[in-house]
Design a binder for this molecule. Structure first.
Ligand SMILES: Cc1cc2nc3c(=O)[nH]c(=O)nc-3n(C[C@H](O)[C@H](O)[C@H](O)COP(=O)(O)O)c2cc1C
Length: 216
């Protein structure tokens, strides 16, 4: 039997991305986020407009999307409740956030040099995607006092770096889903995936290269 409820959040489960951006003074910022989905070589992310990451991304038009694994929970927790903005806004203060300038230091993560963009990648993340801003949409324009408080941001993926061990044997450009272990933000908790597939996928019978036209 179903019942009607009104959850305060609808975070049904998506992978954690650690976004790196560049601050005004050239230092890097990291923010964990999980409102991200992918189509072609584009990624749509949902960001609080007041975050340092948003400010940096709109100013520099560049970021790196670093995908965290299920063994990186401690790094994510170290970044949780932190913001690169010097003045922590009232909403974040209520939720226990504090200002942290050195996100690499606090999280124990290691910066890597990117090829095409200024923000660094994160060495510990087996997937790093150098990206540039392609579009911005203000969300909740139908609610006057919240209009634009969150943004849907389209990113164009410029270059994908993956750990060699994630590649599907015999394929230069494919990831082996059995070897990829993302960490999932499910409501506010963090989960790994089960080792096994839930079912043998009919969709997976399509040759991946047939999707190539959407990588522009
Ligand atoms: C697991 C996890 C998932 C998160 N997902 C999002 C998200 O999808 N969008 C968002 O704006 N903030 C998200 N946050 C909160 C941001 O990390 C937070 O706003 C942070 O202060 C941003 O850092 P910055 O201000 O330095 O950019 C998430 C935090 C955690 C720990």
């Amino acid at each position: 039997m179903h019942t009607t409820i009104s959850p305060a959040i609808l975070y049904w489960g998506s992978i954690v991305v650690l976004i790196t951006t560049e601050n005004e003074d050239g230092t890097p910022n990291i923010a964990p986020m999980s409102s991200a989905w992918w189509l072609g070589h584009r990624c749509m992310i949902g960001l609080d407009a007041s975050s340092k990451t948003t400010e940096n991304l709109l100013r520099t038009k560049q970021c790196v999307l670093n995908l965290a694994t299920d063994s990186m929970g401690a790094n994510i927790n170290a970044l949780s409740h932190t913001t690169g903005t010097e003045i922590v806004n009232p909403s974040k203060l209520t939720r226990g956030y504090r200002h942290v300038k050195d996100k690499f230091g606090v999280s124990g993560l290691t910066p890597t040099t990117s090829d095409l963009v200024t923000p660094p990648g994160i060495k510990e993340c087996p997937v790093q995607m150098e990206s540039e801003l392609a579009g911005v949409h203000k969300m909740m324009q139908d609610v006057s006092d919240l209009s634009g408080a969150i943004l849907a941001i389209e990113l164009k993926i410029l270059r994908v770096h993956v750990e060699e061990s994630l590649k599907l044997e015999g394929h230069e450009n494919r990831v082996d889903p059995d070897k990829w272990h993302p960490i999932i933000s499910n409501f506010q908790d963090l989960y790994g995936l089960n080792e096994d597939k839930a079912v043998v996928s009919k969709l997976a019978t399509i040759q991946e290269e047939l999707y190539r036209p959407f990588t522009a």
